[in-house]
Design a protein. Structure first.
Length: 207
C-alpha cells in the first residue's frame, strides 16, 4: 500500500466510522445497542464499562474478527481495509462508553471527544491546547460550552496526529501506529492499545 493517507482522508474515515458506529452495519450492533446490552447487566456502571473494555480486548484482538469486518465494511476512501476496520471497532467502543455515561452520541461535540479518545493519553495534549482539561469525567455543561471553532480544531488535530501515527505511506508504517493500532500483525489488534483507549474513554465519560 503506497497510497498517501492525507489528513482529509483520515477525517473522512473518522466521520464514516462514527456514522457506522451510531447507525450500525449489517450483522453488528450499533454503539447504542452495544451499550444497552451492558447497561442491562448487573453491577456498577464502572464495572459494566470495564466488562465492555475487556470484551473488546479479547473478542476484537483476533485476526479473524478484523478480517471478517474487512468483508463487511467497505470504504470509498483509499485507506487499507484493516485500518478502517480497526477505526470502526475502536470508535464504536468509545461511543458505547459515552452513551453509557449518559452523553448524546449524536452531538458533534461528543463525537469530537470520542475522536480524542482514539489517541489514548496523547489526546490530553490536544485538549489542553484548546483549553479543555481531561482526566476525570467531563461535565455535560462543560461540553455544551465547546464552540464550533474548537470542534474544528480538535478534529483537525486528531486527523493530523493519526496521519502522523500511520505514516504517509499508510500500511507500511502501520506497526508504529500506537496507541490507536499498535501491533496489527495479520489483522490482529494490539491488546494493550485497545485497553489504553478504553480506559481513557472511561475516564472521560464515566464518573
Amino acid at each position: 500500500m503506497s497510497q498517501e493517507i492525507s489528513q482529509g482522508k483520515m477525517l473522512q474515515v473518522l466521520d464514516w466510522a462514527y456514522d457506522k458506529s451510531i447507525n450500525g452495519v449489517p450483522g453488528l450492533d450499533s454503539a447504542q445497542e452495544l451499550a444497552e446490552d451492558y447497561l442491562n447487566r448487573s453491577g456498577s456502571l464502572k464495572s459494566k464499562v470495564n466488562s465492555l473494555i475487556r470484551w473488546q480486548n479479547s473478542k476484537c484482538a483476533t485476526s479473524g474478527f478484523i478480517s471478517g469486518l474487512g468483508g463487511i465494511i467497505t470504504l470509498p476512501v483509499a485507506i487499507p481495509a484493516n485500518i478502517s476496520s480497526v477505526m470502526y471497532v475502536q470508535i464504536r467502543m468509545i461511543a458505547a462508553i459515552a452513551y453509557m455515561g449518559g452523553y448524546d452520541i449524536k452531538d458533534d461535540k461528543v463525537k469530537s471527544l470520542v475522536y480524542i479518545c482514539l489517541l489514548g493519553n496523547a489526546g490530553k495534549d490536544i485538549l489542553k491546547e484548546v483549553g479543555i482539561s481531561i482526566g476525570t469525567k467531563l461535565a455535560k455543561s462543560a461540553i455544551e460550552k465547546i464552540s464550533g471553532q474548537v470542534i474544528l480544531k480538535i478534529n483537525q488535530a486528531v486527523g493530523f496526529r493519526l496521519v502522523t501515527k500511520f505514516g504517509t505511506k499508510g500500511i507500511i508504517n502501520l506497526g508504529k501506529a500506537v496507541p490507536l493500532v499498535g501491533g496489527i500483525i495479520g489483522g490482529a489488534m494490539d491488546l494493550s492499545s485497545t485497553n489504553v483507549i478504553g480506559n481513557v474513554a472511561r475516564d472521560t465519560f464515566i464518573d
